[in-house]
Structures are given as C-alpha cells and as structure tokens.
Ligand binder design. Sequence first.
Ligand code: CUA
Length: 317
Amino acid sequence: MPLLMVLANCAGPQSTFEASGREASAIENLILMTAVGAAFVWLFVVSLLVYAARARREPLSDEQSQRFITWGGVITPTVVLFALLSYAVWSMPATRPWFDRQDADVAIEVTGEQFWWRIRYLDASGAVAFETANDLKLPVDRRVRILLKAHDVIHSFWIPALAGKMDMIPGRTNTLWLEPTRIGSFRGPCAEFCGTSHALMNLSADVLPWEDFEAWRQSRVQMRATRKTAGNAFLVHGCAGCHSLDGTEASGLAGPNLTGLRERKRLGAGAMANTPENLARFIRDPSSIKPGAQMPAFPMIPQDDLRKIVDYLAGEP
Ligand code: CUA
C-alpha cells in the first residue's frame, strides 16, 4: 500500500516519469539506468548475506577469501560503477544540451520574483517582444532558449516533465535549453526556498502546436500596438502603478503583467483557481492568500468598484 501511494505520485503534470521533453526523457532514462544498477548491487549484496547466513558453514580458505575480495570487493563494484558513470557521462549532452544561439526557435527570459514568474518573450534581435506572468506557452518540437534571472533572492526554475532544474540567481543570467516533445499542460514549482510563499510559486507551462503558439505570439505582439484605455476603476484605484495591460496606459512594472489574465487557469502564480470571487479576494487582501506577497491589501476599495475591476480583468483579452 505505501508503495502504491508512492507510485501514484509518479504520474501527472509535474512528473519526471511522464517525460514530455527531450531533456526530460534523457533524465528519465538516467534515473532508470541508475535504479537498475543500484538494484543489481543490492541484489548481489543481499544474496551474499543470505549465502553467508544460511548456506556456508565452513570458513573460506585463504585463497578463496582472497579471490572473493578481488571479485566481490574490487572488480564487481568497479565494473558496475564504471558502467553507470559512463552512461551518465554519455547522456550529459542530452540532459543539459547547449545549442548555438542561432538554433533557438523561441527565446524567453524568465525572472524569479517574490513570489511569481516574470516572463518576457524576446524577438529575433533579443529585445522584449511582450511580457506576461506565470503562464508559459511553448511550441512542441521546437528548441526553446530560456534565460533565467532573479530579481531579489535565489529561485529555481524546474518543469520536471520538460527538462532539468536550473537556479535563478540575482546578478547573473543562466541559460536553459529545452525542447518539448508532447502537447499538454505541465507544472513547474519554484525549486529553491525563497521566502514565506515559496510553496505558492508555481509556473504553468502549456505546450502548443507551432501554429497555435505562433498565433498566440502574434496576437500578443499586436496587442502591444493597439491603443485603448484601461478600465476606469482599474486606473482610479492605482492598479496601473504596478501592473501593465498591453495596449493601454497601464504600464506598471513592479507586479505581474495582467494582459490576458482571463486566460490563465490559476491566480497568484498557482495559488488558487482563476474565478471572479478569488480575484476579488486576492485584490482585497493578497497576503491572506500569499503570505509575504508584495502587493498591499486594498480594504478601502468600495465593493462596486472592486466588482468593476474584476469584471474588467475577466472581460479583457
Ligand atoms: Cu521562488 Cu521558491
């Protein structure tokens, strides 16, 4: 029963054992090979133990014990460990690939914030094409270069189903390459303790067919070029001081970009489902949902205005 419970956790959108990326598959194979090697060593040692306890009654001669140590203590471990090491070294280029800069089909910059993910899609020249937050969209079967940064403290970027883990360190840029091989929705938890809401810092990654990804990317780029005004209540209560809505005068940079918020499945970097009620609760008092969140509470917004803000965000593309 405990084993079943453990194995039940091996599936799902956050599992290394449902590899949906080229790098994740290489890592999965490495885990399985290492487990097989470890099982072999374990079986070997346990059988010797059983043999010693049950079968063997007479002591070994000097020559026999010499041979036993040579084979059991030197040759076997050397062969097994060397085989595992060789496999690990051989698979290194696949588990942590390093393509040329030109080889990327998509370049993205992800910055760890307290406690959310700032996501910037870059254009061919490396400039920011548009910004979003917490919801990563990736094309299937294409090479993606992700530049990892951190704004405040160390975070760690890890979508187990797609690729390995890499730290996001303030003051430097790490580069992670990945290539999703399966369409689907995946989940990436922040993998380095970064403060009180570390456990509520989750990234969602949707892998789409290339055409759908391109259409989404184009629509986001075009949205930046449109000119319209943001919802009045949104502006009056100062939301635009920290949040951006592409194509409007709301251009705050401190908090997550809210363009396309209604399309996101979760609010607050995975903290809760994206429903109007939850959004209203979050605006009223973010730290009751995400302790340590830097957004202040807004208990003073009249109920009517709060509804207007929520309706506006839920209706905006
Ligand atoms: Cu960010 Cu833990």
